[in-house]
Design a binder for this molecule. Structure first.
Ligand code: ZN
Length: 203
């Protein structure tokens, strides 16, 4: 008997979202019309949607192109929610893009610190391209505490300089050389394509 929760549409990509966390039309838009990688839906087998815990939104994909998305409920999505979906599937789009040369074995061999830096840089690389397409959205408000070089700052989340400083602080905490220059270079050149190994060289 077919599982009632599994819906199939578009090139056999299946969606498993038993708690109805994400409006299916949103997943359709994002996987079919993603500006960083068009029609990833045709290459994905299954998207499993589960609720994130502790604000730990993430996406994973196995060798069979099965995607696991951990996310908050998005039935009446804001523009920020839509951006978050585009961001998470930006990782998937890059992995599917032959020009990105994603190397999962290399990634698995990275230290915790290098993996963290890789993610920070990759996130900025995804966001600057989404920004170019008018899809990047900062959080609506609130404050975030950021420590850089021993100085602690409390800054508004809805400010691009806070977003960039957070990335710089993430790299700086892992001892990356010239983190500000690296983050700024990625953010200010959305048209310059970086491969997986380019990002790794910066991490
Ligand atoms: Zn990310």
């Amino acid at each position: 008997m077919a599982n009632d929760f599994i819906n199939t549409w578009l090139n056999n990509m299946k969606v498993f979202d038993p708690r109805n966390l994400v409006d299916e039309r949103l997943l359709e838009i994002v996987t079919k019309h993603h500006p960083l990688y068009r029609d990833m839906a045709s290459e994905l087998s299954l998207v499993c949607v589960e609720e994130e815990t502790d604000q730990n939104i993430h996406v994973r994909m196995d060798e069979g192109n099965n995607v696991q998305l951990a996310i908050h409920p998005m039935i009446r999505p804001t523009e920020r929610d839509l951006y978050i979906l585009y961001h998470e599937f930006g990782h998937i789009g890059d992995r599917l893009n032959p020009d990105f040369h994603y190397d999962h074995d290399t990634r698995l061999s990275l230290s915790f610190s290098t993996e963290k830096c890789l993610l920070v840089l990759w996130n900025v690389f995804i966001d600057t391209r989404l920004n170019q397409h008018g899809l990047f959205r900062l959080p609506a408000g609130g404050l975030v505490e950021i420590t850089v070089d021993g100085f602690r700052y409390r800054l508004p989340r809805n400010d691009i300089s806070t977003y960039l400083l957070e990335a710089v602080a993430g790299l700086s905490s892992q001892g990356v050389h010239k983190p500000g220059a690296k983050v700024t270079a990625i953010w200010s050149h959305p048209g310059r394509f970086l491969s997986f190994s380019d990002l790794l060289d910066l991490a």
